[in-house]
Design a protein around this ligand. Sequence first.
Ligand SMILES: C[S@@+](CC[C@H](N)C(=O)[O-])C[C@H]1O[C@@H](n2cnc3c(N)ncnc32)[C@H](O)[C@@H]1O
Length: 612
Amino acid sequence: MLIKFIFRPHSLHPTILSLPPRFFPKPLILSLFSTTTAAVASVSSTLDHQQTLPYGPSLRKGHNPSPNFPLSHPHPSSEQENESNLFNEDSFTRVFDLAALRVPSERCFLLENRLRGHLLNWPRIRNIARVPGDEIDDDLKDLFINPSNSNNSDVSDSDNDPLVALNRRIYGKAEGDGEPLSPVLYRDKLARTFNSKGFVRFRNLAKISRPKKVKKKKEDGKKEEGGKKGGIGRNEMAVVEVVEEEIEGDVSRLLGAEFKGKRWQGPTRLLLLDETYADKGIDDMPEAIKAVLKEYGGDTKDSAFELVKCKLTLFYSYWQMNEVLEAMLPNGMIVPSSFETVGHIAHLNLREEHLPYKKIVAKVVLDKNKPKIQTVVNKTDVIHNDYRTMQLEILAGNHSLVTSVVENGLRFHVDLATVYWNSRLSTERQRLLNYFMHDDVVCDVFAGVGPIALAAAKKVKHVYANDLNPYAVDYLERNSVLNKLERKIEIFNMDGRRFIDTIFASQKTRPVTQVVMNLPNDAAEFLDAFRGIFRKHHKDRGYTLPRIHVYGFSKAQDPEFDFHERIRIALSEVAFDVEMRKVRLVAPGKWMLCASFILPECVAYSKTVSIL
Ligand SMILES: C[S@@+](CC[C@H](N)C(=O)[O-])C[C@H]1O[C@@H](n2cnc3c(N)ncnc32)[C@H](O)[C@@H]1O
């Protein structure tokens, strides 16, 4: 699978960055800033520049709650660096001050529609936020909204107003408003006062009787992850908090966070307003918002509609790969923002200029693509060995290069250290498969771990597959068993030229109708092996001439013509039709091509053969 690579130079204005100075390599800091401290833009200077910043969330906006959080390893990664020490994730925490409408939960969707265009609308942030204290039990809600409905036997007869009764419980006062009881006595009193169903009504009271759960500290000291999927909540990528004054004698521990004395307003939600309204008062708000407040909120003291200030905190996990890299790589450097994947392995192709930052880049790629990606590698050299295996350096994650890939409905086990695999060719392989018919017999000369051979085996009558690399043959065998295709495929481990001779010379093999030669660097040069393959047969017996699909590279001005020429030379024959197709551009000016043709009769029955 290929994840698109977008190379684009980034140009963070240095004075508005609120990242610690050590994000930048020293020479750059010296050339761009008069002092290193200038690089640490203060919260106020960040805000000063916010007008010039792009709309939407950005690491250059908001403020870092701990701007001086030291980065343990500021500089380009060295070989010894431990992944967890490369940079401090807390440096990427940004707090944004916002305004929000606090509305009753049951109305939030209706109002979300009505206020469209005035809401925050940031990627991956829901406009409707839940905050601690926005929910209450339905039973409690009834009690507050319709006090007269209350049939709670715990409400003392003398207390006609259930709120007063509840207040008594909260403050633990004895009858006659005596001294507050100690929490222990108070709890004891509550326990005795309630019947067995009492705890059902006041679930939080039941909770406080239980010992508090000790949160497990993660080994690496990181914040806990998980929680509600895609939503906003603590320990996730973002959290919303309402900024409000402290209420004296916080009672939330007794009756749950949702009960906040007079401020309690039933189940509510926050509708996060557009960032441009952050500092505005009600009067400065657009008419649509004012209308909602007027219509539903008014001046009623108990109204749940209110304009509140809140803080939206975005953590390291919120930011996308390119945003994090942009902040860390030196100004002007092209940000590597995509990679190829093979199973759990992300395969980078870093440029020379990225190499000093390769570990940082790899860690970000890993962090941002977990759990699918478990290992990040970089290709260190061009492929130039016989087996076409890549020279890879493991940069982050687990060190296993054995992975499993699903292609064309088949599963392949591959070890990138010892065998060839290229996910970019999956479309081409699929195209080739469409060419094959049920009664075909396919011969794959350079089969690798079997992406073409096994997919063909699923469709055609029989397959002969070969590879020179013993590791590839081993995986090809395993993959044939894994996909339950071992009966339809025969596997060989020999040089391609010898394999062609073996298959066509043998009396035992079935007549081959399709030949695949996918070794683009030099497959055309193997074509001479087809000279005289039917030399021992009589032409009139009507042997099927196989269709050959051969791949090749060309850097020529006219790549099709160039490749055609090479095929003609290899077969020593000029008069035959070749279907030529450009597969893909593998490097600037270098094409991969596929030529398909029926082996000319004069070549197959030639009396002169190539020397093996
Ligand atoms: C480009 S890979 C293609 C593998 C497979 N067809 C695929 O699409 O993944 C070429 C394969 O040819 C094998 N090879 C290289 N030289 C060979 C030779 N002389 N004879 C047979 N196989 C060879 C390599 O080991 C490698 O697995």
